[in-house]
Design a protein around this ligand. Structure first.
Ligand code: NDP
Length: 302
């Protein structure tokens, strides 16, 4: 059986560490860390994600300064809300919840977030810092994958890593982080020919293609570590009782890899909880930096 890369368990351990960092720094800082999640419109999935982030903040003692703008908001109104959060001294991290309603352009709004308050690590300056090996908030999902690999003491030094997907959100920063850890990295995408031949070279395979159950036994070398970033809601069977929760799946056919992979991250309970935790890490680290506090979170700031 493949070792389970349990993100839920690790997220809970990291929350304990974050709570302790906050408790030890709060008297010097004079206030708790603050995270502002800015939501625009009523995308239902975003509502669930924002609620999860706010609950996680409450668990560790981060103050939430969420604001919810109507879907009819103009680009200038959203920009003004970001400017207000940039100027708000209680706020250490800002997150603009995506997707935005039609008519709004996310690029300039993401760029407007103060790079030092960029809780998602997606500002151009912070992606540049990652590229150059400089410190700065890191993209949460790939940083969560790195923490998951580190927790299980998989050395990446000299290993072959393959990332399937090249998005700015996941694939690109993932490849940079693996490379910074001295893996030899290949990135596959929708135009890649003979994907199987590439993925079968991987000692560590990270799949972020956004295609349900795309990767199976034929793609994986025996003994590989496989991280499934994908998350998809499966259609509910027509005969399911009222109120049945939708099942989730990833980009990987997990059942085919149980006897092949050395380790595998589950969906749900793998990368998802780690993404939320890294948002908290970015916020707490920004708070420490603003108040000149030492912290013991260096191992998470890859
Ligand atoms: P995007 O759709 O932005 O990117 C998908 C990438 O996969 C693209 O680079 C695309 O290539 C590539 N791709 C698509 N089809 C194939 C294929 N057949 N073979 C090889 N590569 C392919 O998705 P994201 O990066 O934003 O997200 C990826 C997945 O991760 C999604 O399921 C998303 O829901 C999930 N996710 C999960 C998170 C979590 O916390 N668990 C957080 C963020 C995302 P090309 O560039 O050529 O189009």
């Amino acid at each position: 059986m493949a070792l389970r890369l349990d993100g839920k368990q690790l997220a809970s351990e990291l929350e304990t560490r974050l709570r302790q960092e906050i408790e030890s720094g709060i008297s010097q800082a004079g206030r708790p860390p603050g995270l502002a999640v800015l939501r625009v419109g009523d995308d239902p999935a975003s509502g669930v994600y924002v609620a999860n982030k706010e609950k996680a903040c409450a668990r560790i003692g981060v103050a939430s300064y969420g604001s919810h703008l109507p879907g009819s908001s103009s680009q200038a109104e959203v920009a003004a809300a970001i400017a207000a959060l940039n100027a708000d001294d209680r706020v250490d991290g800002i997150l603009l919840q995506l997707p935005l309603p039609a008519g709004l352009t996310e690029g300039p709004l993401l760029e407007q977030i103060d790079p030092d308050k960029d809780a998602d690590g997606l500002h151009t300056l912070n992606l540049g810092r990652l590229l150059k090996g400089q410190t700065g908030p890191r993209s949460c999902t790939p940083a969560g994958v790195m923490a998951l690999l580190a927790r299980h003491q998989f050395s990446l030094e000299g290993k072959r890593a393959v990332v399937v997907g090249r998005s700015i959100l996941v694939g690109q920063p993932m490849a940079l982080m693996l490379q910074a850890a001295n893996a030899t990295v290949s990135v596959a995408h929708s135009r890649t020919k003979d994907l199987e031949a590439i993925t079968r070279q991987a000692d560590v395979l990270v799949v972020a293609a956004g295609k349900p159950r795309m990767i199976g036994a034929e793609h994986v070398r025996p003994g590989a570590v496989v991280v499934d970033v994908g998350i998809h809601r499966l259609p509910r069977p027509a005969d399911a009782p009222e109120g049945t929760k939708a099942k989730l799946c990833g980009d990987v056919r997990a059942e085919e890899l149980e006897e092949i992979a050395l380790a595998l991250s589950p969906v749900p309970g793998g990368v998802g909880p780690m993404t939320v935790t890294m948002l908290l890490v970015n916020t707490v680290v920004a708070w420490c930096r603003r108040h000149g506090l030492d912290h013991g979170l260096e191992d998470l700031v890859v």
